[in-house]
Design a binder for this molecule. Structure first.
Ligand code: ATP
Ligand code: MG
Length: 389
């Protein structure tokens, strides 16, 4: 008996959009994500993706864990594969589900016959297997509405499959199907969550991080890369452009009004990010801004900072409370890293009384005291790109 995974696909199947492309991309993403776990045959038939280990030594728990973070899958069935024969199907169910049949109080059997040449119809298969399981486990009660254990028998073209109670998949759409976007990744709680949310919509990420050595430490940089690494579990490979930001910050501090420091700094971030985005074929910028959270995240401030770039700025957590963001951060396992107490370039030189309702022309006038283009060029020329797998 071999255990395989049957993966059920997400919303594009329902919407009838470009299904072939969706499936191909998903197979490609799965192949990439599972290569560290072992060797698998991965293919798609009738809107179901089959993940079949090539040998018995493969750790299927690790495979399920990896697959549970691949976007585009709604549910994961750990299934036992067997011959298309009623006796074999029953034996397989007894062996594969023994523990769960033992502990469950209620159950039902569903059957699906995709192979129409199979001599028994779906209701007959369900009745017979259900009856036989009940004989062996007489404590089980049948509950068709809300059973603890829902046994499923699928008779497909090549083989039959037995599984029960599918696990939830990551949902969303396969990463890459909707292009690429650049994530402004700080060391905080919000930006990794923002990246996760956009990746979930089928967008592949490119990270950008601004650091201000020696005001920010090597350890702070490492923290950001650790966050990036957590994101690779959803996004696949992630490149992060590390932008030196010290000179720009020092220039702003030396020449511009203190209450506009953060705004001008953020406008530089957006300009540089747009350059990076274009170089890596990204179609949008992503930030972890949340409305009203800090002075630089009022509507007026977002207007002033967003005004320097043409690409759309996606702010997926804009309407979320901190607790909601934290809940997702915990789920994607970035929270504990984000709360490590290392400084971020945004916390260097923060004004005592930042402007919360800036006017664009005031900020522009203040910024005109700096050689903006030159500073941007200089920072871009010094970017170091780090690839996380
Ligand atoms: P986060 O928790 O993501 O750090 P925050 O609430 O601390 O967010 P800010 O520091 O004002 O907010 O930053 C707002 C957004 O700007 C961040 O979510 C991130 O997208 C971007 N950002 C801030 N600092 C950096 C940085 N050093 N490098 C890259 N992006 C940054
Ligand atoms: Mg921050």
């Amino acid at each position: 008996m071999r255990e395989i995974l049957l993966l059920k696909l997400g919303e594009i199947v329902l919407k009838g959009l470009n299904r072939g492309m969706f499936e191909q991309r998903l197979v490609k993403n799965l192949t990439w994500r599972l290569r560290a776990v072992g060797e698998f045959d991965i293919y798609c038939l009738q809107s179901t993706i089959y993940v079949e280990p090539k040998d018995e030594s493969v750790d299927m728990d690790a495979a399920v864990d990896a697959v549970s973070r691949v976007f585009g899958i709604v549910s994961i069935c750990r299934a036992a594969e067997c011959e298309k024969d009623m006796d074999v199907i029953l034996d397989t169910a007894l062996e594969f589900l023994a523990d769960r049949l033992e502990t469950a109080r209620t159950f039902k059997v569903d059957a699906k016959r995709a192979d129409k040449t199979f001599p028994k119809k779906s209701p007959e298969i369900a009745m017979e297997i259900g009856g036989a399981l009940h004989d062996r486990f007489p404590h089980l009660k049948v509950d068709v509405e809300n059973p603890e254990l829902c046994v499923k028998v699928e008779v497909r073209d090549r083989m039959a499959y037995v599984h029960a109670n599918p696990l939830p998949g990551a949902g969303g759409m396969p990463v890459g199907i909707n292009g690429r976007a650049a994530l402004l990744l700080s060391g905080g709680i919000d930006s990794p969550v923002a990246g996760y949310m956009i990746a979930k919509r089928g967008v592949s990420l490119h990270g950008i991080h601004f650091f201000s050595y020696p005001y920010t430490s090597e350890r702070a940089k490492k923290k950001v890369l650790e966050l990036g690494e957590k994101l690779t579990r959803y996004n696949g490979r992630l490149r992060v452009s590390m932008v030196p930001f010290t000179k720009i910050q020092e220039e702003i501090r030396a020449h511009c009004r203190e209450d506009m420091f953060t705004l001008i700094m953020r406008r530089f971030m957006m300009r540089i990010s747009e350059r990076v985005a274009r170089e890596y074929d990204c179609r949008a910028l992503i930030t972890g801004e949340s409305l009203g959270q800090v002075a630089s995240q009022t509507m007026e401030a977002m207007g002033v900072t967003g005004a320097v770039c043409e690409l759309p700025v996606l702010r997926p957590v804009v309407g979320m409370d901190k607790e909601e963001i934290v809940r997702i951060a915990r789920k994607i396992d970035t929270f504990e890293i984000s709360i490590l107490p290392y400084e971020d370039c945004c916390t260097v030189f923060t004004p005592k009384h930042p402007k919360t309702k800036p006017r664009k022309y005031d900020v522009e006038a203040e910024e005109a005291k700096l050689p903006v283009e030159e500073l941007v060029e200089e920072a871009v020329a010094q970017i170091e790109v780090i690839t996380l797998e």
